[in-house]
Design a protein around this ligand. Structure first.
Ligand code: MG
Length: 112
């Protein structure tokens, strides 16, 4: 994670792009890249979405990389480690969605 963060900082610094990396812009770019993932699956059937061909899988990997880049850049602006944040959120999620209440259900925690 630290290596990625460092590479991203250097990449932007070398290109003088940090001036464009406001949290607002990074959040918007993150959403655009997430939408590019959606675009890959748009109009596919449920079955097709599980079975991307090789070029579809490569495209997905690129967009996942883009999302990770912007997510890491945004988190870096606030000194947040995305992996630590995800682990911390999983602990909260486990409490919000206890197995005995949530098992097999696609409901929000307040509807359990
Ligand atoms: Mg992209």
């Amino acid at each position: 994670m630290e290596k990625l963060r460092e590479n991203l900082r250097n990449f932007a610094k070398e290109r003088e792009w940090l001036q464009f990396h406001s949290p607002k812009n990074l959040a918007m770019a993150l959403c655009v890249e997430a939408a590019e993932i959606i675009e890959i699956f748009q109009w596919l059937t449920r079955e097709q979405s599980f079975n991307l061909d090789e070029s579809g899988r490569e495209h997905l990997a690129e967009e996942i990389g883009d999302v990770m880049i912007y997510l890491t850049n945004l988190a870096d602006k606030f000194g947040i480690d995305p992996l630590e944040a995800a682990h911390a959120k999983m602990i909260k999620n486990a409490k919000k969605y206890p197995v005995d209440k949530a098992k097999g259900l696609a409901r929000k925690y307040n509807e359990l």
